[in-house]
Design a protein around this ligand. Structure first.
Ligand SMILES: Cc1cc2nc3c(=O)[nH]c(=O)nc-3n(C[C@H](O)[C@H](O)[C@H](O)COP(=O)(O)OP(=O)(O)OC[C@H]3O[C@@H](n4cnc5c(N)ncnc54)[C@H](O)[C@@H]3O)c2cc1C
Length: 283
C-alpha cells in the first residue's frame, strides 16, 4: 500500500506524529510491534503527564491510540525491518509485507545498536531477523530462535509448523511456545561459524544450527535506514525534527534525553507537521 507518511513506532511520539499529519490531510500508516514491548505498557503509574495525573501506562496508550484511530490513522502490526529509498519514495519492509510512503517519521523508542558477537558478520549467511521472510530456507534443518520480543514465541511456533527443528533461547521460558520446542536459558549469546552460521553459544552451551533468528522488539535506526546520522548514539535531528536524510523525520526517545512522554508527544507533533510540509513542497 502507498501512503503519504509512514510512521515507525506506535508509542506516544509515533501516534502524536500520525495525528498531526492527519490534521494536514495526509494519509498515514503507523507500523508498530507488539504493545507489550513498549515501555509505556509496562508503566504502572505516570505522575507527570500534564492534565492526566496518576494514569496507568496502558490506559494512556489506549487513549492515544483511540484518538489516532478516530482521525483515520491506519495501523499495521509488525516490525519494520528495513527502509529503502528509491525514486523519491520510501519502501518499508514489514516481515513479508511492504508499505510505500513519501516521507517517514522514525519513532521506535530507544533501540541500542549493540549486537551479539558474530551477529553482524553472519547477517544473510544464517542470521535472520524475520521468521516469515526467511523460514522456508531452513525447512528440515536446525534453527535457534533468540527470543527478545513478545512475538518471538509465535514466530518460533511458525518455524516449527513449516518444518524447522527449533530450539528457543531466552533469559526466561516464555508462555505460548509449542510443545516439542526445547527451551534453553540464555542471556549471553554468541553466533558461531566461519563463512556461514554453524551454531549458537548460549551462556556457554553450544547449540548446533544452520540458522539463527534473532527476534528483538526494536531494531536500531541505523540498521533500519543505513546512512542515518547519529548524535551521542541517538538519531540526529534539527529543530524541525528532520533527520540527516531528506524526507526522514524522527521523534521521541530515539532522538535523545529526556526520555519522557511529554517530550515524545511534542516532538511527534513537530515531526508530523514538518513531514506534511515536506510532502507539500516536494510532491
Ligand atoms: C518503567 C518505565 C517507567 C516510565 N515512567 C514514565 C513516567 O512516569 N513519565 C514519563 O513521561 N515517561 C516515563 N517513561 C518513559 C516513557 O515511557 C518514554 O519516554 C516514552 O514511551 C517514549 O515514547 P516513544 O514514542 O518515543 O517510544 P516508545 O514508547 O518506546 O514506543 C516505540 C514503539 O515502537 C515500536 N518499535 C520499535 N522498533 C520498531 C520497528 N522496527 N518496527 C515496528 N515497531 C517498532 C516499539 O515496540 C514501541 O511500541 C517510563 C519508561 C519506563 C521504561
Amino acid at each position: 500500500m502507498a501512503y503519504d507518511i509512514a510512521v515507525i513506532g506506535g508509542g506516544p511520539a509515533g501516534l502524536s506524529a500520525a495525528v498531526q499529519a492527519r490534521q494536514r490531510n495526509k494519509s498515514v500508516v503507523v507500523i508498530s510491534g507488539d504493545d507489550r514491548d513498549g515501555p509505556i505498557y509496562k508503566t504502572e503509574r505516570i505522575d507527570n503527564y500534564l492534565g492526566l495525573p496518576q494514569i496507568r501506562g496502558p490506559e494512556l496508550l489506549e487513549r492515544f491510540r483511540k484518538h489516532a484511530d478516530s482521525m483515520g490513522v491506519e495501523r499495521k502490526t509488525g516490525r519494520a525491518l528495513n527502509i529503502m529509498q528509491m525514486n523519491g519514495a520510501f519502501y518499508i519492509s514489514i516481515g513479508s509485507d511492504m508499505a510505500q510512503a513519501g516521507a517517514v517519521v522514525l519513532a521506535p523508542g530507544v533501540a541500542r545498536g549493540v549486537k551479539y558477537p558474530g551477529e553482524a558478520e553472519h547477517l544473510g549467511a544464517g542470521v535472520s531477523y524475520c521468521a516469515t521472510c526467511d523460514g522456508m530456507l531452513y525447512r528440515g534443518r536446525d534453527v535457534v530462535v533468540v527470543g527478545r520480543s513478545s512475538e518471538a514465541p509465535e514466530e518460533a511456533n511458525f518455524l516449527q509448523e513449516i518444518g524447522c527443528r527449533v530450539t528457543y533461547v531466552a533469559p526466561r521460558e516464555p508462555e505460548g511456545l509449542h510443545g516439542g520446542i526445547p527451551f534453553v536459558k540464555g542471556v549471553r549469546i554468541e553466533v558461531l561459524g566461519e563463512k556461514a552460521v554453524t551454531g549458537v553459544r548460549a551462556d556457554g552451551r553450544e547449540l548446533s544450527c544452520a540458522g539463527v533468528f534473532i527476534l528483538r522488539a526494536a531494531i536500531a535506526p541505523t540498521d533500519l535506514l543505513p546512512g542515518l546520522a547519529l548524535r551521542d548514539g541517538y538519531v540526529a535531528v534539527d529543530r524541525d525534527m528532520a533527520a540527516s536524510i531528506p524526507g526522514v523525520f524522527a521523534a521521541g526517545d530515539c532522538t535523545g534525553l529526556p526520555l519522557q512522554i511529554s517530550k515524545a508527544v511534542g516532538e511527534g507533533l513537530v515531526a508530523g507537521h514538518r513531514a506534511a510540509e515536506y510532502l507539500d513542497k516536494h510532491k
